[in-house]
Design a protein around this ligand. Structure first.
Ligand code: UT7
Length: 333
Protein backbone atom coordinates (compact mmCIF):
# COMPACT_ATOMS: atom_id res chain seq x y z
CA UNK A 1 0.00 0.00 0.00
CA UNK A 2 1.19 3.49 -0.82
CA UNK A 3 2.46 5.61 2.06
CA UNK A 4 -0.16 7.79 3.75
CA UNK A 5 0.54 11.50 3.55
CA UNK A 6 -1.32 14.21 5.46
CA UNK A 7 -3.11 16.58 3.09
CA UNK A 8 -4.87 19.86 3.70
CA UNK A 9 -8.40 19.29 2.34
CA UNK A 10 -10.06 22.53 3.47
CA UNK A 11 -9.14 25.97 4.75
CA UNK A 12 -11.04 28.75 6.46
CA UNK A 13 -10.11 32.05 8.06
CA UNK A 14 -11.91 34.32 10.45
CA UNK A 15 -11.10 37.93 11.33
CA UNK A 16 -13.11 40.20 13.61
CA UNK A 17 -14.90 43.21 12.07
CA UNK A 18 -13.17 46.10 13.82
CA UNK A 19 -10.44 47.67 11.65
CA UNK A 20 -7.70 49.49 13.56
CA UNK A 21 -5.96 51.72 11.03
CA UNK A 22 -2.53 53.33 11.17
CA UNK A 23 -4.34 56.66 11.31
CA UNK A 24 -6.22 55.65 14.46
CA UNK A 25 -3.00 54.35 16.06
CA UNK A 26 -1.39 57.74 15.34
CA UNK A 27 -4.00 59.28 17.64
CA UNK A 28 -2.97 56.87 20.42
CA UNK A 29 0.86 56.89 20.23
CA UNK A 30 3.59 58.96 18.54
CA UNK A 31 3.60 57.21 15.16
CA UNK A 32 2.46 57.76 11.60
CA UNK A 33 1.26 55.84 8.56
CA UNK A 34 4.48 56.45 6.61
CA UNK A 35 6.72 54.96 9.34
CA UNK A 36 4.51 51.90 9.86
CA UNK A 37 4.14 51.16 6.15
CA UNK A 38 7.81 51.66 5.28
CA UNK A 39 9.17 49.68 8.28
CA UNK A 40 6.59 46.86 8.38
CA UNK A 41 4.20 46.93 5.41
CA UNK A 42 1.17 47.11 7.72
CA UNK A 43 -1.73 49.43 6.90
CA UNK A 44 -4.42 48.12 9.24
CA UNK A 45 -5.24 45.22 11.53
CA UNK A 46 -8.40 43.64 13.00
CA UNK A 47 -9.33 43.81 16.68
CA UNK A 48 -11.74 41.57 18.58
CA UNK A 49 -13.94 43.95 20.57
CA UNK A 50 -16.41 43.13 23.32
CA UNK A 51 -16.39 41.54 26.75
CA UNK A 52 -15.76 37.88 27.42
CA UNK A 53 -14.26 37.03 24.07
CA UNK A 54 -10.95 35.25 23.68
CA UNK A 55 -8.87 33.44 21.09
CA UNK A 56 -11.21 30.44 21.33
CA UNK A 57 -14.03 32.59 19.95
CA UNK A 58 -11.92 33.48 16.91
CA UNK A 59 -10.83 29.85 16.51
CA UNK A 60 -14.34 28.43 16.97
CA UNK A 61 -15.73 30.72 14.25
CA UNK A 62 -13.05 29.54 11.84
CA UNK A 63 -13.70 25.87 12.70
CA UNK A 64 -17.49 26.15 12.39
CA UNK A 65 -17.17 27.75 8.95
CA UNK A 66 -14.54 25.17 7.94
CA UNK A 67 -16.80 22.24 8.86
CA UNK A 68 -19.72 23.77 6.96
CA UNK A 69 -17.61 24.52 3.91
CA UNK A 70 -16.10 21.03 3.76
CA UNK A 71 -19.40 19.26 4.56
CA UNK A 72 -17.77 17.70 7.59
CA UNK A 73 -19.93 16.80 10.55
CA UNK A 74 -18.46 17.56 13.93
CA UNK A 75 -18.78 13.88 14.91
CA UNK A 76 -16.18 13.00 12.27
CA UNK A 77 -13.42 15.10 13.86
CA UNK A 78 -10.82 13.03 15.74
CA UNK A 79 -8.48 15.75 16.94
CA UNK A 80 -8.30 19.54 17.27
CA UNK A 81 -4.90 21.16 17.74
CA UNK A 82 -4.74 24.88 18.46
CA UNK A 83 -1.61 26.96 18.08
CA UNK A 84 -1.79 30.14 20.14
CA UNK A 85 0.22 32.47 22.38
CA UNK A 86 -2.94 34.06 23.71
CA UNK A 87 -4.86 31.15 25.22
CA UNK A 88 -8.18 32.15 26.81
CA UNK A 89 -6.73 30.87 30.10
CA UNK A 90 -3.48 29.15 31.07
CA UNK A 91 -5.67 26.07 31.39
CA UNK A 92 -7.81 24.46 30.11
CA UNK A 93 -6.33 24.51 26.64
CA UNK A 94 -7.88 26.73 23.98
CA UNK A 95 -8.33 23.60 21.83
CA UNK A 96 -10.62 22.18 24.56
CA UNK A 97 -12.61 25.41 24.61
CA UNK A 98 -12.89 25.44 20.83
CA UNK A 99 -14.01 21.79 20.85
CA UNK A 100 -16.75 22.71 23.30
CA UNK A 101 -17.86 25.74 21.27
CA UNK A 102 -18.15 23.73 18.05
CA UNK A 103 -19.85 20.79 19.79
CA UNK A 104 -17.03 18.22 19.44
CA UNK A 105 -17.32 15.67 22.25
CA UNK A 106 -14.84 13.11 23.55
CA UNK A 107 -12.14 14.01 21.06
CA UNK A 108 -8.43 14.57 21.53
CA UNK A 109 -7.70 18.31 21.86
CA UNK A 110 -4.56 20.16 22.86
CA UNK A 111 -2.62 23.37 22.33
CA UNK A 112 0.79 23.96 20.88
CA UNK A 113 2.88 26.91 21.99
CA UNK A 114 5.53 27.90 19.47
CA UNK A 115 4.58 31.57 19.08
CA UNK A 116 4.64 32.76 15.48
CA UNK A 117 5.85 29.35 14.30
CA UNK A 118 2.97 27.67 16.14
CA UNK A 119 0.94 26.87 13.05
CA UNK A 120 3.88 25.04 11.45
CA UNK A 121 4.52 23.09 14.66
CA UNK A 122 0.81 22.20 14.91
CA UNK A 123 0.52 21.21 11.25
CA UNK A 124 3.57 18.95 11.58
CA UNK A 125 2.22 17.36 14.77
CA UNK A 126 -1.16 16.78 13.12
CA UNK A 127 0.52 15.17 10.12
CA UNK A 128 2.10 12.51 12.35
CA UNK A 129 -1.30 11.41 13.69
CA UNK A 130 -2.49 11.02 10.10
CA UNK A 131 0.64 9.42 8.61
CA UNK A 132 0.60 6.75 11.35
CA UNK A 133 -3.07 5.99 10.65
CA UNK A 134 -4.08 7.07 14.15
CA UNK A 135 -6.62 9.68 13.01
CA UNK A 136 -8.54 10.41 9.80
CA UNK A 137 -9.81 13.95 10.27
CA UNK A 138 -7.75 16.49 12.15
CA UNK A 139 -8.46 20.20 12.50
CA UNK A 140 -5.48 22.51 13.03
CA UNK A 141 -6.31 26.00 14.24
CA UNK A 142 -4.08 29.04 14.57
CA UNK A 143 -5.86 31.62 16.72
CA UNK A 144 -4.55 34.70 18.47
CA UNK A 145 -6.19 37.66 20.14
CA UNK A 146 -2.94 39.63 20.17
CA UNK A 147 -4.78 42.77 21.32
CA UNK A 148 -5.09 41.09 24.74
CA UNK A 149 -1.31 41.28 25.31
CA UNK A 150 -0.45 44.44 23.38
CA UNK A 151 0.41 47.66 25.23
CA UNK A 152 -1.42 50.37 23.30
CA UNK A 153 0.84 53.03 24.84
CA UNK A 154 3.99 51.44 23.33
CA UNK A 155 4.56 52.48 19.72
CA UNK A 156 7.27 49.87 19.23
CA UNK A 157 4.82 46.97 19.51
CA UNK A 158 1.23 48.22 19.22
CA UNK A 159 1.52 48.93 15.50
CA UNK A 160 2.58 45.37 14.71
CA UNK A 161 -0.12 43.01 15.89
CA UNK A 162 -3.73 42.09 15.08
CA UNK A 163 -6.35 39.48 15.96
CA UNK A 164 -7.46 36.58 13.78
CA UNK A 165 -7.77 32.85 13.28
CA UNK A 166 -7.44 30.26 10.56
CA UNK A 167 -8.25 26.56 10.50
CA UNK A 168 -7.39 23.70 8.17
CA UNK A 169 -8.83 20.23 7.81
CA UNK A 170 -6.21 17.52 7.35
CA UNK A 171 -6.94 14.06 6.00
CA UNK A 172 -4.99 11.03 4.75
CA UNK A 173 -3.94 11.04 1.11
CA UNK A 174 -2.69 8.05 -0.87
CA UNK A 175 -1.44 9.90 -3.96
CA UNK A 176 1.48 11.70 -2.36
CA UNK A 177 -0.23 15.08 -1.85
CA UNK A 178 0.05 17.01 1.41
CA UNK A 179 3.00 17.49 3.70
CA UNK A 180 6.16 16.28 1.98
CA UNK A 181 8.79 17.59 4.36
CA UNK A 182 9.13 19.73 7.43
CA UNK A 183 11.91 21.49 9.33
CA UNK A 184 11.26 22.81 12.85
CA UNK A 185 13.90 24.58 14.95
CA UNK A 186 14.20 26.43 18.26
CA UNK A 187 16.69 28.45 20.29
CA UNK A 188 15.52 29.28 23.82
CA UNK A 189 18.24 31.92 24.15
CA UNK A 190 15.89 34.11 22.10
CA UNK A 191 13.71 34.58 25.20
CA UNK A 192 15.59 37.73 26.10
CA UNK A 193 14.47 39.50 22.94
CA UNK A 194 10.81 38.47 22.73
CA UNK A 195 8.57 37.42 25.59
CA UNK A 196 5.61 38.13 27.83
CA UNK A 197 7.37 38.55 31.19
CA UNK A 198 4.57 37.96 33.70
CA UNK A 199 1.51 35.80 34.12
CA UNK A 200 3.27 32.43 34.04
CA UNK A 201 4.77 30.37 36.87
CA UNK A 202 8.03 32.33 36.80
CA UNK A 203 6.33 35.61 37.62
CA UNK A 204 2.68 35.10 38.51
CA UNK A 205 0.46 38.12 37.86
CA UNK A 206 0.43 40.58 40.74
CA UNK A 207 -0.22 44.27 41.27
CA UNK A 208 3.46 44.98 40.69
CA UNK A 209 3.66 43.00 37.42
CA UNK A 210 0.60 44.85 36.15
CA UNK A 211 2.03 48.21 37.24
CA UNK A 212 5.26 47.34 35.39
CA UNK A 213 3.22 46.35 32.30
CA UNK A 214 4.81 42.90 32.35
CA UNK A 215 1.63 41.22 31.13
CA UNK A 216 2.26 42.80 27.72
CA UNK A 217 4.56 41.68 24.89
CA UNK A 218 8.18 42.69 25.30
CA UNK A 219 10.18 42.83 22.06
CA UNK A 220 13.66 44.11 21.27
CA UNK A 221 12.86 44.51 17.59
CA UNK A 222 16.26 44.67 15.89
CA UNK A 223 17.82 41.40 17.16
CA UNK A 224 14.51 39.65 16.43
CA UNK A 225 14.50 41.16 12.95
CA UNK A 226 18.06 40.00 12.23
CA UNK A 227 17.42 36.47 13.49
CA UNK A 228 14.13 36.27 11.58
CA UNK A 229 15.70 37.34 8.28
CA UNK A 230 18.48 34.78 8.59
CA UNK A 231 16.50 31.88 10.01
CA UNK A 232 13.43 32.06 7.78
CA UNK A 233 15.58 32.33 4.68
CA UNK A 234 17.90 29.52 5.87
CA UNK A 235 15.14 26.96 6.44
CA UNK A 236 13.28 27.91 3.28
CA UNK A 237 16.41 27.41 1.22
CA UNK A 238 17.26 24.20 3.09
CA UNK A 239 13.86 22.61 2.48
CA UNK A 240 14.07 23.51 -1.22
CA UNK A 241 17.57 22.04 -1.53
CA UNK A 242 16.84 18.79 0.21
CA UNK A 243 13.73 18.24 -1.94
CA UNK A 244 15.51 19.25 -5.15
CA UNK A 245 13.14 22.15 -5.69
CA UNK A 246 14.31 24.97 -7.95
CA UNK A 247 12.66 28.38 -7.65
CA UNK A 248 10.54 27.63 -10.75
CA UNK A 249 9.15 24.55 -9.00
CA UNK A 250 7.74 26.63 -6.16
CA UNK A 251 4.20 27.83 -6.88
CA UNK A 252 3.80 29.85 -3.68
CA UNK A 253 5.79 31.02 -0.68
CA UNK A 254 3.44 31.24 2.32
CA UNK A 255 5.41 33.25 4.87
CA UNK A 256 4.56 34.27 8.42
CA UNK A 257 3.48 37.91 8.24
CA UNK A 258 5.59 39.78 10.81
CA UNK A 259 7.32 42.31 8.61
CA UNK A 260 7.28 42.75 4.83
CA UNK A 261 11.04 43.29 4.86
CA UNK A 262 11.58 39.84 6.44
CA UNK A 263 9.29 38.28 3.81
CA UNK A 264 11.14 40.05 0.98
CA UNK A 265 14.50 38.79 2.26
CA UNK A 266 13.17 35.21 2.37
CA UNK A 267 11.73 35.28 -1.15
CA UNK A 268 14.95 36.84 -2.50
CA UNK A 269 17.06 34.04 -1.00
CA UNK A 270 14.69 31.44 -2.51
CA UNK A 271 14.81 33.17 -5.89
CA UNK A 272 11.02 33.32 -5.86
CA UNK A 273 9.39 36.38 -7.46
CA UNK A 274 7.04 38.68 -5.55
CA UNK A 275 4.14 37.40 -7.63
CA UNK A 276 4.45 34.01 -5.94
CA UNK A 277 4.49 35.37 -2.38
CA UNK A 278 1.30 35.41 -0.32
CA UNK A 279 1.16 38.78 1.41
CA UNK A 280 -1.72 40.14 3.46
CA UNK A 281 0.22 41.84 6.26
CA UNK A 282 -1.13 45.20 5.05
CA UNK A 283 -4.67 44.15 6.08
CA UNK A 284 -4.16 42.06 9.19
CA UNK A 285 -0.70 42.84 10.65
CA UNK A 286 0.96 40.08 12.64
CA UNK A 287 -1.74 37.69 13.91
CA UNK A 288 0.96 35.28 15.24
CA UNK A 289 -0.33 31.68 14.81
CA UNK A 290 -3.03 32.79 12.37
CA UNK A 291 -0.95 34.47 9.66
CA UNK A 292 -0.22 31.38 7.54
CA UNK A 293 -3.75 29.89 7.53
CA UNK A 294 -5.18 33.36 6.82
CA UNK A 295 -2.93 33.56 3.75
CA UNK A 296 -3.94 30.08 2.55
CA UNK A 297 -7.60 31.02 3.04
CA UNK A 298 -7.31 34.21 1.01
CA UNK A 299 -5.35 32.51 -1.77
CA UNK A 300 -7.40 29.27 -1.84
CA UNK A 301 -9.10 30.02 -5.15
CA UNK A 302 -5.74 30.53 -6.86
CA UNK A 303 -4.33 27.20 -5.69
CA UNK A 304 -4.21 24.16 -7.95
CA UNK A 305 -3.79 20.47 -7.21
CA UNK A 306 -0.09 19.66 -7.27
CA UNK A 307 1.14 23.19 -6.50
CA UNK A 308 4.32 23.17 -4.43
CA UNK A 309 3.96 25.48 -1.44
CA UNK A 310 6.72 26.47 0.96
CA UNK A 311 5.41 27.61 4.34
CA UNK A 312 7.92 29.48 6.51
CA UNK A 313 7.81 31.15 9.91
CA UNK A 314 9.90 32.68 12.68
CA UNK A 315 8.85 33.79 16.14
CA UNK A 316 9.25 33.90 19.88
CA UNK A 317 11.35 31.24 21.53
CA UNK A 318 13.05 31.66 19.19
CA UNK A 319 11.23 29.12 17.05
CA UNK A 320 11.28 28.82 13.29
CA UNK A 321 10.65 26.37 10.53
CA UNK A 322 9.46 25.54 7.04
CA UNK A 323 7.09 23.04 5.48
CA UNK A 324 7.00 21.75 1.93
CA UNK A 325 3.34 21.12 1.13
CA UNK A 326 1.95 19.73 -2.12
CA UNK A 327 -1.55 21.18 -2.49
CA UNK A 328 -4.15 18.42 -2.74
CA UNK A 329 -7.12 19.93 -4.58
CA UNK A 330 -8.20 22.36 -7.28
CA UNK A 331 -9.68 25.24 -5.45
CA UNK A 332 -11.01 27.23 -8.39
CA UNK A 333 -14.72 27.68 -7.85
O1 UT7 B 1 6.51 37.62 14.60
C1 UT7 B 1 7.35 37.51 15.71
C2 UT7 B 1 8.72 37.92 15.39
N1 UT7 B 1 8.81 39.36 15.33
C3 UT7 B 1 9.38 39.93 14.28
O2 UT7 B 1 9.74 39.28 13.34
C4 UT7 B 1 9.60 41.43 14.34
C5 UT7 B 1 11.04 41.73 14.01
N2 UT7 B 1 11.36 43.15 14.13
C6 UT7 B 1 10.86 44.10 13.30
O3 UT7 B 1 10.04 43.81 12.45
C7 UT7 B 1 11.40 45.49 13.40
O4 UT7 B 1 12.54 45.51 14.23
C8 UT7 B 1 10.35 46.52 13.96
C9 UT7 B 1 9.25 46.73 12.93
C10 UT7 B 1 9.78 46.03 15.27
C11 UT7 B 1 11.04 47.88 14.17
O5 UT7 B 1 11.63 48.33 12.95
P1 UT7 B 1 13.15 48.82 12.94
O6 UT7 B 1 13.43 49.22 11.56
O7 UT7 B 1 13.99 47.72 13.53
O8 UT7 B 1 13.08 50.08 13.85
P2 UT7 B 1 13.90 50.38 15.20
O9 UT7 B 1 13.37 49.56 16.31
O10 UT7 B 1 15.36 50.35 14.91
O11 UT7 B 1 13.49 51.88 15.43
C12 UT7 B 1 13.93 52.92 14.54
C13 UT7 B 1 13.39 54.23 15.06
C14 UT7 B 1 13.64 54.47 16.53
O12 UT7 B 1 13.86 55.84 16.73
P3 UT7 B 1 15.35 56.40 16.92
O13 UT7 B 1 15.89 55.70 18.12
O14 UT7 B 1 16.08 56.06 15.66
O15 UT7 B 1 15.14 57.87 17.11
C15 UT7 B 1 12.33 54.09 17.17
O16 UT7 B 1 12.10 54.75 18.40
O17 UT7 B 1 11.96 54.25 14.88
C16 UT7 B 1 11.35 54.57 16.13
N3 UT7 B 1 10.06 53.89 16.19
C17 UT7 B 1 8.94 54.41 15.70
N4 UT7 B 1 8.68 55.58 15.08
C18 UT7 B 1 7.42 55.80 14.67
C19 UT7 B 1 9.80 52.66 16.70
N5 UT7 B 1 8.49 52.38 16.54
C20 UT7 B 1 7.95 53.45 15.93
C21 UT7 B 1 6.64 53.74 15.49
N6 UT7 B 1 6.42 54.92 14.85
N7 UT7 B 1 5.61 52.89 15.64
Amino acid sequence: MKKITAAVTGIQGYVPDYVLTNEELATMVDTNDEWIISRTGIKERRILKGENKGSSDLGAEAVKLLLKKTNTSVEEIDLIICATVTPDMLFPSTACLISNKVGAKNICAFDIGAACSGFLYALTTASKFIETGTYKKVVVVGADKMSSIVDYTSRTTCVLFGDGAGAVLMEPNHEGYGIKDTILRSDGDGVKYLNQPAGGSLKPASHSTVDAKEHFIFQDGQPVFKAAVKSMADVSEEIMNRNNLKSDDVAWLVPHQANKRIIDATSRRMGVSDKKVMLNIQKYGNTTAATIPLCLWEWEEKLNKGDNLILAAFGGGFTWGSIYLKWAYDSKK
